[in-house]
Design a protein around this ligand. Sequence first.
Ligand code: AMP
Ligand code: ZN
Length: 492
Amino acid sequence: MIDSLKVYNSLRGKKEIFEPLNAPHVGMYVCGPTVYSEVHLGNSRTFISFDIIFRYLTHLGYKVRYVRNITDAGHLENDTDDGEDKISKKARLDQLEPMEIVQKYTLDFHHVLRQFNNLAPSIEPTATGHIIEQISMVEEILAKNLAYESNGSIYFDVNAFNQEFNNEYGQLSGRNVDELISNTRELDGQSEKRSPADFALWKKASPEHIMRWKSPWGDGFPGWHMECSVMSSKYLGEQFDIHGGGMDLKFPHHECEIAQNKAAHGKKDPVKYWLHANMLTLNGQKMSKSTGNTLLPHELFSGENDKLSKAFSPMVVRFFILQAHYRSTLDLSDAALLAAEKGYARLLAAAELISKLVPQEKSTVNINQWIADSYAAMNDDFNTPILIANLFEGVRIINSAKAGTETLTAEDLEKFKVSFNQFVFDVLGFKQESELSKTDELFEGVLATLIELRQQAKNNKDWASADLIRTELAKLKITLKDTKEGTDWELE
Ligand code: AMP
Ligand code: ZN
C-alpha cells in the first residue's frame, strides 16, 4: 500500500498530507529570477528542486498549472525599499536599455534551464506586464486602510494589519515585529514610513529613475513583493495550493506577499502549502551574486574555473543536486561532482541494460516492493536522495539479472522496466546525453552513403546524378571536396 504524498509546509513547520484545494487541479507559484545577471548554480538548484515537484505531481496525475514569474522591475539593490533597481543599475552600467538587460538574461535563464532538462512552466508572467494589476491591488489595500501614501510612495501599514489580522505578520518567517523595529537602522527614506517595519507597495520614482509608470500617486514603480501577490492570484486564484521559492525569500519577500494578499482579499490562508528550497553553498558560504561566491552553469559545463578539475555535463550536475534533499543545504565541490559523474554513469548504463534483460520463469526479487519504496521516497516530501538510493538497488537488481544471479518473470520485468524508466527520466528528469552524438553518428552515416552513391554514379558516367547529389547537399550548406584519397565533406 502506497502512502499519500506529504509535503513540508514552512508555514506550520511540519509535514502535512497534500490535499489540493480543487483536485485534480494543482496551482503552483514559484518566484522566478531577477533578470539582471546570469543565473548561478544556486539559483539553478532552486529551479531544479521545483522542477522535480512539478514533474512528480504531474506523474501522480495532477493537472498542474505552474506559474513562475520573471522579475524585470521593482527589485531594489538591498532587497529592501532602498537603493537602485537592480535592472536599471545594470542598464546604466552597461549603457543599455533596461529591457535589453531583461531580454539578455531571460534568454540566458531559459537556456540554462533547458540544458538542465527542466520543464517550462505553464505561465511565465513578468512584473512589467502587470503594472495595471499591481496598481489596482495597491488601491484595494489602500481602500482597506491597511496602507498609506507618503510623499508619492505607498507603504503597507504593518501595525494596522496586525491589529486586524491577529498579529499574523511574521508567522511564516518567525519574525517578531518589535524585534524587527528595534533591529532596523534609520536609513534615508525610511522616515517616510510610520513604522520601520512597513514596506513599500509603490515607490515614487526620482527624476533619474528610468523604469517608471504613471499611477494615481504620480510617476513611480511597484514594490518588489507586489508582483508575486498579483501574478499568483491572477493566474491561480485568491487561494491556491503551493507557493515556492528559495529559503532566503521567506523574509521579507514571502512574509510581505502573504500580508498583501490577506489585506487585499481578506482570505485567511492565501496559500495552502509554502515550500522552501535550501541553499547551495560554495566553500561553506551561500552561493550569491552579491558576494561574488558563485559558479556559473557554463563554467561547470566547460570546466573553465579554477575550482574544477574538469568539465561536468548538465545531467551530472543535476544528479549531484538531486542527491541532496531540497530542504538540506548542499555544498559544491569538485570531489562531489567527480563522485556524481561515476554514479550517474552507473545509473544510465543500467537504464540501457534493463531493456535487454531476458524474462525467466520465476522472480527472485519482489518488484512490487521496489516500486512501493520508490513512491514512498517521493511521497515523503520529495525525498530524491532516498529515491536515488532505491534506484541503485534497482541497478543492483538489473546487473544481477544480467549475470543470472537474480531472475524476473516477464510480468515483473515489464513492471520494473516501466517504473525504473519513469523514475529516472520522467520524475527525476534525467536524459541520455549521448543522444546528440547518436544523431551525429547517424548524420555521418547518411552522408557517407550519399558520397558512395555519388562515386558509383561517377563510375557509371551518370554525371547528372553525381551533380544532383553535390548541388542538393550544397543547398544544405554541406560542401563536398574531391581529393586523391576520396571525397571529404565540410559543413558551413
Ligand atoms: P533571485 O534571482 O536572486 O531572485 O533568485 C532566484 C531564486 O534563486 C530565488 O528563489 C532564490 O531564493 C534562489 N537562490 C538564490 N541563491 C541561492 C543559492 N545559493 N542556493 C539556492 N537557491 C538560491
Ligand atoms: Zn516572488
